[in-house]
Design a protein around this ligand. Sequence first.
Ligand code: EPU
Length: 435
Amino acid sequence: MKYKVTGGHPVSGRIRCNGTKNFANKAMVAALLSDQPTTLHNVPDIGDFDITKDMLKSIGTEIEYDKANRSVRIIPSSIKTSNVPMPHSGSNRIPILLISPLLHRFGEATVPLMGGCKIGARKVDFHINAIKAFGGNIEETEEGFVATKTSDLKGTHFELPFPSVGATETCLFLSVLAKGTSVINNAAIEPEIFELITMLRSMGANIFAYPGRKIRIEGVDKLRGTNMHILGDRIEGASWACLACATDGEIVVDGIRPDTLGNFLSHYQQIGGGYELLGQDSIRFYRNEPLKPTMIETDVYPGFSTDWQQPFAITLTQAEGVSIIHETVFEKRFGYLKTLKPLGVSAQITSYCLGTPSRFQNKNLEISAIITGKSELKAVDEIEVPDLRAGLAYVIAAAIADGTTMLTGIHNIERGYGNIAERCKGLSLDIERIA
Ligand code: EPU
C-alpha cells in the first residue's frame, strides 16, 4: 500500500486525535496486574495496539474489543501461561514491560525481543537492573528475555540513570505488588506516566509523587480491575498543528488536552504559529505571521518532546533563516531529514551538541540538525517512510511540496496513526491510500 499525496495547497479542516498509543499499550499491560476485568476507553485503532492485543491474547488473556466504540475489555483471569511467544508479525516496545505482571503472577516470564522504531540503541539495561533490584533474576537469550523469582518481589530504592519512560513503567509495575516500600528516583514524569499512575491508583495501588522526579510506592497484595479513558495523543496533536502552520492552513484538532502540549505551544507561537483554545480538548491551529527560525533542544518532560521534533523540523523548512534542533533523548533521530533532501529540504546533520552538552557528546552520533529555510519543496515520484514518528513528517513535507508524491513503507505510519487517508477526510489534504 502507498499514500498518494498531492501538495502545494494550504491544509484546513477538522480532525480528531486518537487515544495515545504510548499510554494505551501500557494500560493494557497494567490491566494484567489484577485478575479482575479492566475496560479501556478511547483506545486507538492502530497497528501497534493490535500488536499488543495479539501479545496479550497469545498468553490466554480474554479480550473483548469494540472497535466501533473504541473500547476494549481485558479479562486477565484467563491467562494460562507466562511464556509470550515470538511475534508473528513484528513487535513493539511492550515485551519488556510484560515481564513485571507475569513475574508477580507466575514467578517467571519469557518474552520475545523488542521491536519499535530504529532511532537509537534503545537498550533495556535500566529495566533489567530494576528487575534484579526488586529481587528477580533475568537473562537475555537470542530470542528474548527469561525472568524468574524465587520469592515475592521486595520493595527497593531504585535510581534511574536517565528518566526513561519505559523503565519508570517497569519500576511502577514491579513496585505496586512488591512487599513493602519502594522509591523510584529520577523517574520520568511524562503525562502518560501520570495517566498510568492514576490508573494504578484506581486499581488500589498506593503511589505518592514528590517534586524532583521522586515516586514512593507502598506495595499491596492485590489490585482490582478498573475503567480508564486513554488521553489524546499529544504527538499526533502537535503533528496536525504543524501541518496547519507549515501549509499556511487552519486546522481544528479535537480530542487533545492543551496542557499535554506544554512547551510545544510556546515554541509554535515563537516561530509564528497561532492557536486558539476552543474548549477543554479542542484547539484551532494556524499560521499567524511569516515563519521565523528558532533553536530547539529536545528533552524529557516537561521539555520539548523528541517525538515533536520531526513535524516541527518540517515546519521550520518554511521559516526564513537558519534553525537548529539539538536531539538529547535518542541518538539516531534525524535520518528522515536526509531522506527528505530530494524534496528540497535543506538540512545538515552534525555530531556536535549544538546546545547543552548531552550524554551523546563526542560519540560521533548524529544529534544536531541545522535547517535552512525557506525551501520551496517539490514533489518526488516516490519516497519511503522509515519510521513511525518520521511518518507524519513525510506527510507534512508531501503536503507542502508542489505536485504528487507517493509515500511507501506506510505500515510505519499506520502502526502509530492508523489509516491517515481515512482519518484526514475532514481536512482539505489531498491524500489517497492506494495498492
Ligand atoms: N534507555 C537506556 N536504557 C534503558 C531504557 C532507556 O539507555 O533501559 C535510554 C534510551 O536508549 C533513550 C532514553 O533512555 O536514549 C529514553 O528512552 P525511554 O525509555 O524514555 O523511551 P521508551 O520508553 O523506549 C517512549 C516512547 C517513545 C518516546 C520516548 C521518550 C513508547 C512505546 N515509546 O519510549 O515514543 O519517544 O518514550 O519520550 O512509549 C514513538 O511513539 O514513536 C516513540 C518512539
